[in-house]
Design a protein around this ligand. Sequence first.
Ligand code: NZQ
Ligand code: ZN
Length: 387
Amino acid sequence: MQDFIFHNPVKIYFGKGQASHVAEEAAACEGPVLLVYGGGSIKRNGAYDDVIRALAAAGKQVVELAGVTPNPRLDKVLEGVALAKEHGVGLILAVGGGSAIDCAKFVALGAGIGSDEDLWHDYIESGRPAPEGLIPLGVVLTTAATGSEMGDSAVVTNTAIARKMGYTSFPLMPRFSVLDPSYLTTLGRDQTNYGFVDMFCHVCEQYLSLPSDDNLSDELAEAIMRHILRSWRACLADPSDYTARSNAMWDSTMALNRIISRGKETDWVTHGIEHGISAVHPEVAHGAGLAVVHPHWMKYVYRATPEATGRFARFACTVWGVDPTGRTEAEMAAEGIERYSDFLARMGCPRTLAEIGVPADDAHLDELAAHHDAMGGSYQHVGTAEA
Ligand code: NZQ
Ligand code: ZN
């Protein structure tokens, strides 16, 4: 294994009714609470009412930043920074999916940097570490997808230049996250699919990377992937199944809370390509873009780099049940990727750019490539000439 430091301080409240704990968490912070949320789904799944009740119990004044879009935008973040400063908020509470959470993380960062500093240029673009002592962040999660609830990453789009960029720095870690699976039952089929694609992709981007040594992280990743596939089928079969939704929620958190990347190089190129697509086409959901890119990235990489073939063969056998008898590693790898691609089709996920409304002519592909997010990894040397 590679050397590592592991430190994940996020307190998780998991289960039905756990949003009541927002009261004690908020009471421990001085000042008003900035509530960050999207277009209103939280008013239909009960999360908004639960949070408002908890904040009232804590006697908290609430300031709202509503209308965060999927693929959140920098201008919304800056609106939140202004609100946080104006009201002297003591807790930022994101209620929603990855977009609300990431917007809230950047609001905390933007409110904590110097007045002579620029959030986009000096931090997001340069990757400079965030300062300590940001306004604490809490989360009430309503999607099973990104893992942002237990991580120090956030993603934002600067629409002025059509760039969607990820940023990772430890002070962005939430202080606590409420994971109540009952909020997931209002997710439609597409959004449920996109969340599963995202979490599955996250596991792959850690698992399929080098080194290929004997590694606990890989075995944990295999268990998570098999479990994701079971939860996925169960959630689509019965969207109101609490057990299925609760499994999905913990699957997604475990897929990206840094546990399974310990000892691994990781490879986030699929995400980097998807960020290029949704930067230019903000209407494309993150998981929809990944569903199109991911199997194609796999097909390219297992052939183009000999170090990868064995990893893809193992993925085929342990996750997709491919029988290794009489097959070469390349044949196993190809069969596993084919089964993954077929599975996505059966679940109803898009698999081509045309299906997500993105033109596939050369000029447009060049434009998407120019806007991709340079997220590297094990196989980033592969295909640069063709990028
Ligand atoms: O805006 P509202 O009305 O809340 O509706 C949302 C939105 O339209 C809706 N929704 C959320 N919870 C719902 C619900 N609808 C019904 N019932 C519920 N319980 O779903 C839509 C999508 O919400 P969004 O928050 O955008 O989804 P998701 O959680 O998939 O987040 C995607 C964003 O996270 C980023 C993505 O790039 C994208 O911007 N990511 C963040 C990561 C991180 N911070 O570590 C890692 C990921 O790889 C990802 O890149
Ligand atoms: Zn993702």
